[in-house]
Design a binder for this molecule. Structure first.
Ligand code: BDR
Ligand code: CA
Length: 307
């Protein structure tokens, strides 16, 4: 069955990899992109999302979302990881399209209410838009089919700090609201994304399979690989955001454990997600294991099918 998906994103290099993967997978119908600050400023993210829609022939709307977190000041964008414009060393793209007039939260609420139970929201940036959507119309907790997030970590520590994963760190209050709402949430965190590694040779293959899309991914990946190498990960880069899209459509590749989660809101552990046994908040389905070869093979095969 085809999965109807809205991808909430801060594109971003691995975001672009995830969106291109989703566009290539015949079992996924991308029905919209919503943008949020994070890897880049939200205006840059919206521009990049519009470029991806045009390059990938996605034919879906882009709705711009939050420019800043719910309560804390905006962190500087992660230009050292994703490049000054979000696509590594490439210059700013110049899409011809525009974002729709609805905000990301409005688009999420309306689309879920028009397709009750059918839409998977795959959130691969800070969770601010989802929190705004819950505030705008709490009923979205019942109309959204499923929420799959790339973010957090249950047992392996953080990436942006020793304790926190970047997406949760950038807006911990939003993450806490998303985890506290009564909707089905799957957390695809560092516990599993650290096991899924793509090498420079893999990106060469993507380019060979699909010169346009794979070539673009190859071009943006070199900056990302250089960042990873600069922090000692010379083997390759993690497929964080593609893992969430794949988990949304192919959950059998992942082992999960249901647990309540708490989020540390401030201090040096800001953004840390912690299992909270006995807490009264809803259970989150936390990915604790992954068939990394299966996920990687699926990622590669989707681009191969584009050729
Ligand atoms: C997450 O943070 C961002 O840098 C990536 O795009 C991904 O969503 C990984 O921690
Ligand atoms: Ca992202």
């Amino acid at each position: 069955m085809t999965v109807k998906m809205i991808i909430d994103t801060d594109p971003g290099i691995d975001d672009a990899m995830a969106i291109a993967y989703a566009a290539a997978d015949p079992n996924i119908e991308v029905i919209g992109l919503t943008t949020v600050f994070g890897n880049v400023y939200v205006e840059q993210g919206t521009r990049n999302a519009l470029h991806l829609v045009e390059m990938l022939d996605l034919n879906c709307p882009v709705a711009e979302g939050a420019a800043k977190p719910l309560e804390i000041p905006l962190d500087p964008p992660s230009h050292q990881v994703h490049g000054a414009e979000g696509f590594g060393g490439l210059p700013a793209p110049t899409p011809s399209g525009k974002a729709i007039s609805e905000s990301a939260a409005e688009f999420l609420c309306r689309t879920c209410s028009e397709n009750p139970g059918e839409v998977v929201i795959c959130a691969i940036g800070p969770l601010t838009n989802l929190a705004h959507a819950l505030r705008l119309d709490p009923h979205i907790a019942h109309t959204a089919g499923k929420v799959v997030i790339m973010g957090g970590s249950a047992e392996v520590g953080g990436n942006i700090t020793q304790f926190a994963e970047a997406n949760i760190f950038h807006d911990p209050h939003a993450a806490a609201e998303v985890f506290a709402a009564d909707w089905p949430v799957v957390m695809v965190g560092l516990d599993v994304t650290h096991d899924i590694i793509c090498t420079s040779q893999d990106f060469d293959k993507l380019k060979a399979y699909a010169p346009k899309t794979g070539g673009f991914i190859k071009a943006i990946s070199s900056f990302y690989l250089d960042f990873y190498a600069s922090v000692g990960l010379t083997e390759g880069c993690h497929l964080h955001d593609p893992a969430a899209v794949i988990a949304a459509a192919y959950p059998h590749h992942f082992q999960t454990r249901d647990m309540p989660l708490s989020v540390i809101l401030d201090g040096e552990r800001r953004g840390e997600t912690q299992p909270a046994p006995g807490a009264s908040t809803p259970l989150v389905s936390v990915c604790t294991g992954v068939d990394d070869d299966g996920v990687k093979a699926r990622f590669m095969a989707a681009y191969r099918a584009l050729s």
